[in-house]
Design a protein around this ligand. Structure first.
Ligand SMILES: *[C@@H]1O[C@H](CO)[C@@H](O)[C@H](O)[C@H]1NC(C)=O
Ligand SMILES: *[C@@H]1O[C@H](CO)[C@@H](O)[C@H](O)[C@H]1NC(C)=O
Ligand SMILES: *[C@@H]1O[C@H](CO)[C@@H](O)[C@H](O)[C@H]1NC(C)=O
Ligand SMILES: *[C@@H]1O[C@H](CO)[C@@H](O)[C@H](O)[C@H]1NC(C)=O
Ligand SMILES: *[C@@H]1O[C@H](CO)[C@@H](O)[C@H](O)[C@H]1NC(C)=O
Length: 707
């Protein structure tokens, strides 16, 4: 792994699932006494009601081993390697390789409260460089000494410890009660840890587990929440300035789940992080489709983390603008959506008729746009480009959400090989790209730009009216603060309503998730000009660590607050207005039938609004809640006692009825549905005063007709 060149990234990503996941590894050949071919096995997470341990087992470990031996008999030598992880802090049970048959038998075993097949989840970002910069520069830093000594845990792909963002100058050691450690690997000397990076361990089986970030996800995420101050950072000449995390003196502990994020690894990572004593957890990982909480091991583990006093911040997902896509939407999870920032990197497309269209680009060379060449339309997803069609021409590709991934993987290489003069990416689906000042397709080394939907319509009109359309490209390599309204909910940000618990409003809050300059792995094998220690990233993956950073600052100021109190502070102080004092817009609501039209974001897109760190330090009043309240909430969702046991075995049998049902949870927001027959619902909330000043509370009621 040490010498893995980034150029091999894509093929590698395709290969690794087979290589690295324990579930996918074929069983070693056994001389079974039974005349039977072993059925292929996968990894299963066995949830155990640990309080029911029979007394003749000295430890839970003995019980688990005996369970495996009894319910999936195999040659003795095999057992030791079959249990991959044991969970004993935020959840109880183990991950084990079983055949489907064995899994069914195991689920009937005494003391087992659930058996879930391992799933592969996704990091909530794309693998493409995007654009810049957190420069929060708010007074909250003074009040909290920049989050000094708060420990943020990350469950992510790993970390690139050599990045200047993880330098520990001026930082003291972690508190004596900190139990985290650095466990090195062949490509990661544990001595790379320092007073900034205070923990780094790998939590996956398979090929060379390492805390090193070979994917380019955990590194930008961790630097966004807690990166040290680095002057003159930038992506080539773009977005240059001082880079720093939201809590620049907070400490980082990386719980690496590798290139592929499996639930068994994520659960093990959360378990270890809480045991080690992290203050906040930041997890930018999710599923394609939300699952009921009882079927979602990550949600069960997060419940345990919150119960242990650790606030867990999750990405809501990148499946917007479609409704009901928001993931990680339990009340004990802080769910984050993404917004655009007001920075852009303009480039121009000069049409033959004199029209100039402004788009976005991070092409690193300047060009004055004197050289007019023909324009030709070609699908972005088409990878076999022939020179006879595109040689010396500017290729216009029509980008649609449906082909997002193909477009990404195809790309620049084939254009370059076929001799194209440039690329213009146009968005033409019912999806606005204005949030993607960065471009999915365009690299820094191929002349190209992306056009918004509106500019794309103008280009199309010109190409239709002109038999031989021509154009040139101009690149000034500038970073400008644009006049667009900001923040705007990014079109890709996943939306409510919450499928799993409709009465619970999710996402909770929104934060910057487009054009975020953040630390990036550096590949020693690539020439220097191809490496950039900072790159531009986007996705709810990048919004999440912003909120984790703010949570760390709140934790520093109010060390005795419960996770629910911190979440409440984030929610009740969030902004619903943008930089022009008008309602925050939803960039995903675009009407293609006539002119591009953008509408105000509903709470299903924006939650309570855009996080405001300074105000969140002093919310005045908070809505508190704890494990018992969440169990009552789950009961209101009609979860069975067996299902409740997965979360809190000690509370499963004595639940209280929540007045008002699930919407009655003491949460800062709620959604109620009116069926036309009743028009009054009474819900009660309890607020806790947390400031010295007299406080009054007001609330917003938003009516969403027809939703
Ligand atoms: C396993 O079975 C094969 C074929 O029957 C035999 O050659 C081999 O010696 C056996 N190995 C062991 C460890 O019993
Ligand atoms: C790790 O780094 C330390 C200190 O730089 C060095 O002494 C040690 O030999 C290194 N270990 C390995 C395995 O490279
Ligand atoms: C929950 O998981 C069980 C067991 O894997 C499965 O049978 C069931 O269909 C799942 N339920 C939902 C709603 O996903
Ligand atoms: C534009 O650049 C080309 C070469 O890149 C150069 O030959 C030309 O003189 C420039 N034109 C102007 C107006 O600067
Ligand atoms: C739970 O069950 C009750 C009684 O059957 C029903 O009225 C209610 O709608 C159910 N709630 C949910 C969230 O399914």
């Amino acid at each position: 792994m040490t010498s893995l060149p980034f150029l091999l990234y894509l093929p590698l990503l395709l290969l690794l699932p087979q290589l690295s996941h324990p579930g996918a590894t074929p069983e070693p050949k056994q001389n079974l006494t039974l005349n039977m071919k072993p059925e292929p096995s996968s990894t299963y997470i066995v949830h155990v009601h640990h309080l029911a341990k029979p007394s003749h087992f000295a430890t839970l470990g003995h019980w688990y081993t005996s369970m495996v031996a009894t319910h999936s008999p195999r040659p003795v030598a095999d057992h030791s390697t079959r249990i991959l992880f044991t969970y004993d802090t935020v959840l109880h049970g183990f991950a084990v390789k079983l055949t489907g048959d064995e899994a069914r038998r195991m689920s009937d075993a005494e003391g087992v409260s659930g058996v879930h097949e391992d799933r592969q989840l996704h990091y909530m970002t794309t693998r493409t460089p995007g654009f810049l910069g957190p420069d929060p520069g708010f007074g909250a830093w003074r009040d909290t000494d920049f989050g000094d000594s708060v420990i943020i845990g990350f469950v992510d792909s790993g970390i690139w410890p050599e990045s200047p963002s993880f330098s520990d100058s001026e930082l003291g050691p972690a508190r004596p009660s900190w139990r985290g450690k650095c466990v090195g690997a062949e490509d990661f000397n544990a001595s790379l840890c320092n007073n900034k990076l205070v923990g780094a361990r790998a939590f996956y089986d398979g090929l060379s587990p390492t805390p090193r970030d070979w994917f380019g996800h955990g590194t930008p995420v961790a630097s966004t929440a807690a990166g040290s101050e680095v002057r003159d950072a930038g992506f080539h000449m773009f977005a240059r300035g001082t880079a720093r995390g939201v809590a620049p003196k907070a400490k980082i502990a990386m719980y690496a789940t590798g290139v592929m994020a499996w639930t068994s690894s994520i659960a093990a990572a959360i378990d270890a992080a809480v045991k080690d004593g992290v203050d906040i957890l930041s997890i930018s990982i999710g599923k394609e489709v939300p699952l009921p909480f009882y079927n979602d091991t990550v949600s069960i583990a997060a419940f345990g983390a919150e119960r242990a006093g650790v606030l867990v911040v999750f990405a809501g997902g990148n499946h917007g603008p479609k409704a009901s896509t928001v993931d990680n939407a339990a009340p004990w999870m802080t769910t984050v959506g993404a917004v655009t920032v007001d920075r852009m990197f303009p480039a121009k497309l000069n049409l033959g008729d004199g029209t100039v269209l402004t788009g976005h680009s991070v092409y690193t060379m300047k060009a004055n746009g004197t050289n007019m060449v023909p324009l030709v339309i070609n699908p972005c997803s088409e990878k076999t480009l022939t020179p006879d069609r595109i040689l010396g021409k500017i290729v216009v590709c029509i980008f649609s959400l449906e082909h997002k991934d193909e477009a990404q993987d195809g790309g620049i290489d084939s254009l370059q090989r076929a001799g194209a003069a440039g690329l213009v990416q146009v968005y033409i689906s019912s999806w606005s790209p204005d949030d993607l000042s960065s471009d999915l397709l365009l690299g820094a080394f191929f002349p190209g730009l992306s056009l918004s939907y509106t500019a794309g319509q103008n280009l199309r009109a010109y190409m239709v009216s002109e038999p031989y359309p021509v154009a040139s490209l101009s690149f000034a390599c500038e970073t400008v603060i644009n006049e667009n309204r900001a923040p705007m909910v990014a079109s890709f940000s996943s939306r409510g309503p919450n499928l799993v618990a409709p009465e619970l409003l999710k996402p909770d809050v929104i934060a910057p998730g487009a054009n975020i300059l953040a630390a990036w792995p550096v590949n020693p094998l690539l020439p220097e000009f191809l490496n950039s220690m900072y790159r531009l990233s986007y996705g709810t993956s990048m919004a999440t660590p912003h909120v984790a950073g703010v949570a760390a600052l709140i934790k520093k100021k109010h060390s005795n607050w419960t996770p629910a109190m911190i979440r409440s502070a984030l929610i009740t102080t969030a902004a619903t207005l943008d930089n022009t004092g008008r309602e925050i817009l939803d960039n995903g609501l675009i009407d293609t039938s006539d002119n591009a039209k953008v509408s105000s974001a509903t709470p299903f897109a924006a939650g309570a609004g855009h996080v405001r760190p300074q105000l969140a330090m002093d919310p005045g009043l908070v809505y508190d809640a704890g494990a018992r309240d969440y169990v009552d909430f789950l009961r209101a969702l009609n979860y069975t006692t067996e299902q409740l046991r997965l979360f809190a075995p000690d509370m499963a049998t004595c639940t209280r009825e929540l007045p008002g049902g699930a919407a009655g949870l003491n949460y800062p927001s709620f959604v109620v549905f009116f069926d036309g027959r009743t028009d009054v619902r009474t819900l009660t909330r309890t607020v806790t005063k947390v400031s010295q000043e007299p406080e009054s509370e007001s609330s917003d009621v938003i009516n969403l007709d027809g939703l």
